[in-house]
Design a binder for this molecule. Structure first.
Ligand code: SF4
Length: 726
């Protein structure tokens, strides 16, 4: 009988603690999940023995993916990288990582890109997740940590404003921490849709602010305006702990509530209620918190929107005080560690900047290379996708644990780009839709088969422990990176393959940086110490709460940032009269590459649907349960009509977990927030068409029928993949 192993859920940033015995999972008492798991966590071990598990490398021969040896696969990858760089220069090879990678893998991937490949072009899936909040946090606080306080601090809150988040579905155990506020009418949810979180707020006599999609920034400015003009501002706090209020106010003053009401559709009286609820909790000492998530971020003015929400929190005097604060709820398992340890474009480990000579010198020393040889800042995710296969762009791409064929905006164009590459390499443990397009697929280990660390949404570093033996065949990314680095001319010892060894190097790489891990060791974590970065020394206790004395800016003050709404890039018009907004479901995770393969989750989530008001369906001649084609300027998506009288009559909600014809990202707009590179997932103009021909079940279509490229046929053909898991 195997012994239970204490580890954490592989899916989201809450990092619920669990005990794994063989392939059986049970929740563990831990501050973030308090002995609870969601459906995804309970079923997380199902994939360990799934028949779709990849066990051997695959290479494309005669148009089909066929099993091969590791030596052959890696030889082809190294040769392909060298060939692409010989033609297009060092930056012709791109690397795309993931917020699901452990800290050690994210770190080594960044080093591999900059040192072994010498390319500037590395970015990761977190660009879609919280890049805007990251940028806004840096602007206002001087450092980017999702929650600058432990999740459990929310337990004492009298009011919590969730601006653009739906934790009741994305991370259900998180809701325990909102219960005290929700039960006393203090939960406020900003969301165009009456989500499960909004319903919880309403049940407790809280507030649901159902704004027009794409108007988050005017709303945030109007709330701040109200706070200032109605006497809710904490003037002493603004004077003592912030800078830039006057410049901010010069812009925000133009967004008086009545003007914002016209744009957002939110009544002034409700805006007042929101601000008053937060202030009442603050003033009675019950604690007031403001949280943002993807709903505030995934806009072309996402960074500015989060800056405006932060401004509201600053005006109310909530940040950097015990019992109150602002935070961003990170989505992916290692969304936090993944972005601060070197796989983000332009960023070196610890939030060091690749453009800063001192930071380059530090990393050059740790890595044993000439800092002058390190590349500069590269392209962000969508910029890289736009450059796939283009002259002077990316000729070869390595994708590690991401399924960009489903998760990227304007996915059909991304798929075209992937098909035009000289070489596409995908590291994954299942044949995701992106892997189906690859020239080489390298099978990797799963979460329970490996060691490492992750950093949760509250900045706490956690141990991931091996709880089951790895099957023969797949390899850790650490081994893959070392092998490729050696084939590219690097010394093997520059790319360690053991996670503890990589972590030791990572500690040195981040020493003295904003996200300082140097005082964190496996031993301290295994001893049960709760270590939050920055942790600059072996005797340092870590920093659960940031900003209590000062912010991480040069003058120690939080900065107000003046912002001006730009509005959605694609408002509704006569051709496309509705607005689509995308989001997640309780029983699915991100692109669904994993969770669509778990039978219980696939059954619970059901097929792809388009949620709309019954009147909207009726106007299109549709009823609940009908097939519909949702059409934008970029493509069409097949879905089933789900009528819901709580929906706004101008809005259609689309979950983004489904592939092929059912992919919501065939519709979304790849327009970017210029400050963060965040795509505008949350709003695009659409219309509803009755299907011209009955399509196959939207959930089970894994092909892209929009392109005539030769690989379309290859994906449709039976792919020779290994089956079964020992
Ligand atoms: Fe896993 Fe997140 Fe669910 Fe917790 S809330 S069990 S971390 S998916």
């Amino acid at each position: 009988m195997p012994l239970p192993t204490h580890t954490h859920c592989p899916y989201c940033g809450l990092q619920c603690a669990m005990s794994v015995t063989g392939t059986s999972v049970t929740p563990v008492e831990f501050p973030t999940n308090r002995g609870r798991l969601c459906q995804k966590g309970w079923s997380s071990a199902d994939l360990l023995t799934h028949t779709d598990r990849l066990l051997q490398p695959l290479v494309r021969r005669d148009g089909q993916l066929r099993e091969t040896s590791w030596d052959d696969a890696l030889y082809r990858v190294a040769r392909g990288f060298r060939g692409a760089q010989a033609v297009g220069g060092r930056d012709a090879v791109g690397v795309f990582g993931a917020g699901a990678l452990t800290n050690e893998k994210a770190y080594l991937l960044g080093k591999f890109a900059r040192v072994a490949l010498g390319t500037a072009n590395i970015d990761y899936s977190g660009r879609f997740c919280m890049a805007a909040a990251s940028e806004a946090g840096l602007r206002s606080f001087g450092v980017d940590r999702g929650l600058p306080f432990p999740v459990a601090d929310l337990d004492d809150a009298g009011a919590v404003l969730v601006f653009g988040g739906n934790p009741a579905e994305t991370m259900p155990p998180f809701m325990q921490h909102l219960e005290p506020a929700a039960s006393c009418g203090g939960l406020i949810v900003v969301d165009p849709r009456q989500s499960a979180t909004a319903e919880r707020a309403l049940r407790g006599k809280g507030i649901h602010v159902a704004l027009t999609p794409g108007t988050d920034l005017p709303l945030a400015l109007a709330l701040t305006h109200l706070a200032v003009t109605e006497g809710f501002a904490d003037r002493a706090y603004i004077a003592e702990r912030t800078s830039g209020f006057d410049e901010f106010w010069a812009a925000a003053a133009r967004w008086w509530p009545e003007r914002a009401e016209q744009v957002t559709g939110v009544a002034v009286s409700q805006m007042y209620q929101v601000v008053q609820t937060l202030c009442a909790a603050r003033d009675r000492g019950a604690g007031a918190y403001v949280l943002t998530a993807r709903g505030a971020e995934q806009h072309r003015d996402g960074t500015d929107t989060v800056s405006a929400v932060i401004a509201l929190a600053l005006v109310l005097g909530l940040c950097g005080r015990p019992g109150s604060g602002y935070g961003c709820v990170t989505g992916q398992a290692n969304g936090q560690g993944g972005r601060e340890l070197g796989q983000k474009a332009g960023q070196l480990p610890g939030y060091r900047k690749i453009t800063d000579p001192a930071d380059r010198a530090h990393l050059g020393k740790v890595w044993g290379v000439d800092p002058g040889e390190l590349p500069g800042a590269g392209m962000s995710a969508c910029e890289m996708f736009a450059a796939l296969g283009r002259p002077g762009g990316i000729r070869a791409l390595m994708v590690c644990g991401s399924n960009i064929a489903v998760s990227a905006p304007d996915a059909s164009r991304v798929i075209e780009g992937l098909r035009s590459l000289d070489l596409l390499v995908v590291n994954d443990f299942v044949l995701s839709e992106t892997a189906q397009l690859a020239d080489v697929v390298l099978p990797v280990l799963q979460w329970a088969e490996e060691e490492g660390t992750l950093t949760s949404l509250e900045g706490r570093v956690l141990r991931r422990r091996r709880s089951v033996p790895a099957p023969p065949g797949p390899r850790s990314e650490l081994h893959i990176l070392q092998d490729l680095a050696v084939r590219l001319g690097q010394p093997a010892d520059r790319f360690p393959t053991s996670a503890p060894q990589v972590f030791e190097e990572l500690r040195a790489a981040t020493a003295g940086a904003a996200a300082d891990y140097s005082g964190i060791t496996y031993q301290r974590l295994d001893d049960g110490q709760a270590l939050y970065w920055p942790c600059p020394g072996a005797d340092h206790p870590g920093t659960p709460r940031l900003f209590l004395d000062r912010f991480a800016t040069a003058d120690g003050r939080a900065r107000f940032v003046p912002v001006e709404p730009r509005g959605p890039a694609e408002p509704a018009d006569s051709q496309f009269p509705l607005l689509a907004t995308t989001g997640r479901l309780l029983a699915q995770y991100q692109s669904g590459a994993q969770t669509r393969r778990v039978a219980a989750l696939a059954q619970a989530a059901g097929p792809m649907f388009a949620q709309m008001h019954p009147d909207v369906a009726a106007r299109a001649g549709l009823s609940d349960g009908d097939q519909v084609e949702v059409v934008s300027r970029r493509g069409r998506t097949a879905a089933i009509v789900r009528c819901d009288p709580t929906m706004r009559p101008d809005t259609v909600f689309l979950p983004f977990h489904f592939p092929g014809l059912a992919s919501a990202n065939r519709l979304t707009n790849a327009v970017l927030d210029p400050d963060s590179g965040m795509p505008e997932f949350k709003v695009c103009a659409i219309r509803l068409d009755k299907p011209t021909a009955a399509p196959d079940s939207p959930t089970h279509d894994h092909t892209d029928h929009t392109s005539g490229h030769h690989r379309l046929q290859e994906i449709s053909d039976p792919v020779q993949i290994p089956r079964g898991c020992p």
